[in-house]
Write a protein that binds this ligand. Structure first.
Ligand SMILES: Cc1cc2nc3c(=O)[nH]c(=O)nc-3n(C[C@H](O)[C@H](O)[C@H](O)COP(=O)(O)O)c2cc1C
Length: 237
């Protein structure tokens, strides 16, 4: 691996029940032990992903970030929600700003960034070294290029037209097949393709059709058929 990224941001119950993911944020001593052990054990940079704290009342993100810096963590990504918030409400960026002002390692701000303008506003508000985008880029990978252009002071490229979007999707799908193989590839591809197709206005029925396909060839063929249709002509119609 080129880096190791430790995930102390996951709020999923099955993860937190085992005192992993964001449940760790409540135990600062354990966090320190884990981070020191991992950094000492590997030669590659170790980065850390956290939330602002266990609950909105206990936002210990600054303390955790200090612990991380002391342990030799190379950079830290902060999702502006607490563990208890899960994905509810809106991300808050004040805690991220406090963390960025406290530690010298790069801090990446994360949470609810869904446009070039929002990216720029969050960077300005937090003073972070960079931003991280999750859900908004699902099925819309070109968003990252649009954000990069805005942050770099260049004109923001237009969102690709439908043909280009299908071309990107086909390339992404073929890459998933190549990377994960003929069995896992089509299965892992389903959620990714679902995100693109939902955005492209393809019906739930057609997406279900896609999700029943089991081979790379069948998935690519259905996609090609969809791409050739007019947006209003759905396969399921
Ligand atoms: C389906 C899904 C899977 C995720 N998996 C990971 C993960 O493996 N590691 C991680 O650090 N964060 C993971 N996250 C959290 C995101 O990195 C991010 O912190 C969160 O979605 C908030 O950012 P956003 O508002 O831009 O989506 C995941 C989020 C979602 C929705």
């Amino acid at each position: 691996a080129q880096i190791i990224d430790i995930n102390m941001g996951c709020p999923a119950k099955k993860v937190c029940r085992k005192a992993a993911g964001s449940a760790l944020l409540a135990d600062e001593e354990l966090v320190a032990n884990i981070l020191h052990a991992v950094v000492a054990a590997v030669d590659v940079p170790v980065t850390l992903k956290i939330r602002t704290g266990p609950t909105p009342e206990r936002r210990n993100g600054v303390t955790i970030a200090r612990i991380a810096e002391d342990a030799g963590i190379a950079a830290i990504a902060v999702h502006g929600r607490s563990r208890a918030c899960a994905f509810g409400g809106e991300a808050e960026y004040d805690t991220i700003a406090a963390i960025a002002a406290t530690v010298d390692i790069p801090v990446w701000a994360n949470g609810d960034i869904d446009s070039p303008a929002k990216a720029q506003a969050v960077l300005a508000h937090t003073g972070a070294a960079g931003i991280m985008i999750g859900r908004a880029a699902q099925g819309r990978p070109w968003l990252c290029g649009q954000v990069a252009a805005r942050l770099g002071g260049r004109p923001v490229p237009a969102t690709p037209d439908r043909d280009t979007q299908f071309a990107v999707l086909s390339e992404h799908l073929a890459a998933l097949h190549a990377f994960y193989g003929d069995f896992l590839g089509p299965r892992i591809a389903r959620k990714h393709v679902g995100w693109y197709l939902t955005d492209a206005g393809v019906s739930a029925e057609t997406r279900r059709l896609f999700n029943r396909l089991e081979t790379p060839a069948a998935q690519l063929a259905l996609l090609a058929e969809l791409a050739a249709r007019q947006p209003t002509q759905d396969l399921a119609a």
